[in-house]
Ligand binder design. Sequence first.
Ligand code: ATP
Length: 439
Amino acid sequence: MPNLPEMRKHLENMLSPELLSLLRTVARRSSELDLPLYLVGGGVRDLLLGHPATDIDLVVEGDAIQLAYALTKKNGGRVIAHTRFGTVQWFLPESLSASTIGFRVLDLTSARSEMYKRPAALPTVQLGNLADDLRRRDFSINALALRLDGSHFGELHDEVGGLDDLQDRLLRVLHPLSFIDDPTRLFRLIRYEKRYGFRIAAGTLTLIPEALPGINLLSAERVRHELDLVMEEENAAAILEHMALLGILTAVHPLLDWNDAIRTRFENAQLPAPGLDSHPSRVLLGWSLWLMSVPKTWLESINQRLHFDAHTRDVLSGTSTLFADCQSLSGKKPSQVVAALDVIPLAAVWPVFRALPLGPVRQSLADYLETWRHVKPKTDGDDLKSKGLPPGPSYQIILGTLRDAWLDGKIKTAEEEKILLEKLLRRNGQPAATKSTRS
Ligand code: ATP
């Protein structure tokens, strides 16, 4: 175990000066109130692994709400307290340079113990000490605490052998009923396994099969949240693949599958796509890549279990439709590609583009996303009106024909568009124009 001066130095090196100063401020107030204060969970794990701590969870042995009010009194900001759970959020004042820390709210929790009355139900919470609080956690590597107040600054608290496991790169639950109590830990386990490249302890691995039926007891929101977190990960494909192997995915829904074709789509999504590599939502991209080859009727059944929001449902249905039919775009003219893609939600075209291997269809989708979808004729409805064309379906036909002509390279200049427009108007029974179109 690193000694105290080493740990203090490590903390000071790893935390940004702004974050360190914020933690020292909280620690000062907690010392004044005689309340031991700890950094716990993922933040400690990541600091010890030498990663920047992105998650700052603070536990107070005593009343966290009292501490948060003391902080607002001396330092400003405001508090939202959840008295029943002994948790509190401190919305930081500007003076603590929240913008440079990267977050504006600090979570403080009173140390507690938890009891699971039923498998997969939310636990009953009771105030406790630090040891209770660490023993309620999912894995030993997430059950480490660093004390922050006063002369204790940098003291490592390891109730369950988390440090050894961190050094041995081992994921271990804290008791045999852990997955039964809370089956979301099955998802968390594989997420950490692939994120850090850790091994799962043999004793933990053997607990998985008997815990799988418990996944059925989890609400749609809790399962979806865990899978959303998977989609956020760099190694989402490897995580899903191992979950499938362990039976976790089919325990969520029998149609949730994994195969080589899905893996290939995730690999294709890593191909360089200059200018087109920023996807609006990583989570939605992950879901789409995964479920792209699932027929729509099956998607509906999966949705019954996971309750996707309306936008996600639209995107998944759009990707499924487009992916099933996208090879038919091969060899099509740009105007035909645009006609086919304009009826699909744009958010569904992106993932299909990312899923495809290099080739003409991927290129057509790239052209659509980058250029073709923005192509518009210079003429608009007002121009047609000023030429005396009575409003009606012919507007759409004429403007569409002009757009297609631009897309397919039949016209390349404003002058050529004007000539084509006159021809179309004549065909439509309109006299040749007197006023010119806008250019
Ligand atoms: P990540 O980097 O994935 O966010 P994290 O460890 O910060 O990891 P959080 O979900 O923010 O994860 O949870 C914070 C801490 O709360 C965890 O480190 C763990 O100690 C505890 N925890 C979270 N979920 C559970 C759970 N289902 N069962 C027990 N403890 C949990």
